[in-house]
Design a binder for this molecule. Structure first.
Ligand code: CUA
Length: 365
């Protein structure tokens, strides 16, 4: 009996040590994980977190009790030489009722806050600012319209980085241009599908200004793993300044500059087949939006050099060890190598053509 107890105790200590070391392993990693759903930074993510932890601890309690009982039964009642065959029984009605009723009660108790949370997160506050989110293979587009400061019929379009005011609810009204995607900014809320031909909504709110990282959470083709998203939450006045600046058209650069060469390449090459730019009124024959926006399926590049647009190509570039310009060179030289399946083809641009394009694009602040 003594040795049996000792081995049980040893087993318990080993399990505890394992659990503690797991916690230690998780803890430092958590601080540096951009897609950490256990680090809520806004009320909606916190609502989910508030449900997750009680359910986690209840599940842990059930796990420990059930596994503990199994281990005790295995050790204490194991077969040993000289033991008689155990008494053969059919069952125990009292026990069976008990272990049916207890889990049913636990599940019923968990169902109440779960359903409550689902309802809390399903619909946006009707007064919340609405931003359209459109999924594309493989990038997220954001459209702002009908907001204060945006003239009737005008839309601000941007890609990859969604700019929102901090400490305010923003209602993402979402759909997809091609296949099913899933918009997920773990520190601000859970996941929600983007479905072609349908509209789904996601409530977003960040307590503090900052950058919140996200990822497409539904397999959507070759470069699904390279379909990221960012939310830049900024103070309200900065947001308004950003929005009104976004309404301004791109300036026409001076002739003879690298920016001018870049613009010529853009307008006369294949870029305009997919990308739109709102140009200022001009007499250069470039025109203001030659093709209706609906005809494009690439990101709008009017403000590609904007201070918040710190990333491109589905928010995967630049990578940590390269500058924006280095990443752009790599991208423009051969997009499908960087992003498998990319609809932006290798246009066989020369190095100097790439340099001019970068100069012009970056000048569109
Ligand atoms: Cu879009 Cu995965």
């Amino acid at each position: 009996m003594g040795s049996r107890l000792r081995s049980l105790r040893l087993l318990g200590v080993a399990a505890l040590a394992l659990a503690l070391s797991a916690c230690q392993f998780i803890d430092p990693a958590v601080d540096d994980a951009p897609l950490n759903s256990l680090d809520p930074q806004g009320p909606f993510a916190r609502t989910i977190d508030g449900l997750f932890w009680p359910v986690f601890w209840i599940a842990t309690g059930v796990f420990v009790l059930v596994q503990g009982a199994i281990i005790v039964a295995m050790v204490v009642f194991r077969d040993r030489p000289g033991r008689k065959e155990p008494r053969q029984i059919h069952g125990n009605a009292k026990l069976e009722v008990l272990w049916t009723v207890i889990p049913a009660l636990i599940l019923a108790a968990i169902a109440v806050p779960t359903v409550q949370t689902v309802f809390d997160l399903t619909e946006c506050d009707p007064d919340a600012m609405r931003v359209e989110v459109i999924g594309h293979q493989w990038w997220f587009e954001y459209r702002y319209s009908g907001l204060e400061g945006i003239p009737e019929g005008e839309t601000v379009e941007t890609a990859n980085v969604m700019v929102i005011p901090a400490d305010e609810e923003v209602c993402a009204v979402m759909t997809s241009d091609d296949v099913i995607h899933n918009f997920w900014i773990p520190k601000l809320n859970g996941k929600r599908y983007l479905v072609p031909g349908q509209e789904t909504v996601l409530r977003l709110q960040a307590d503090e200004p900052g950058t919140y990282y996200g990822h497409c959470a539904e397999f959507c083709g070759l470069s699904h793993s390279l379909m990221r998203a960012e939310v830049a939450a900024v103070p309200r006045p900065e947001f308004e300044a950003w929005l009104s600046h976004q309404l301004e058209p791109a300036p026409i650069p001076e002739e003879g500059t690298p920016e001018w060469d870049g613009l010529q390449l853009f307008v006369n090459g294949l870029c305009v087949q997919c990308h739109s730019v709102d140009f200022e009124e001009n007499d250069q024959g470039i025109g203001d939006n030659l093709i209706p926006r609906e005809a494009f399926n690439g990101p709008d590049l009017t403000h590609f050099g904007d201070q918040y647009r710190t990333t491109f190509a589905g928010a995967v570039l630049p990578e940590e060890d390269e500058t924006f310009e280095e990443a752009m060179k790599r991208w423009l030289a051969d997009p499908p190598t960087v992003k498998p399946g990319s609809f932006m083809p290798d246009l066989a641009l020369t190095e100097s053509e790439i340099d001019s394009l970068i100069a012009w694009l970056r000048s569109n602040e």
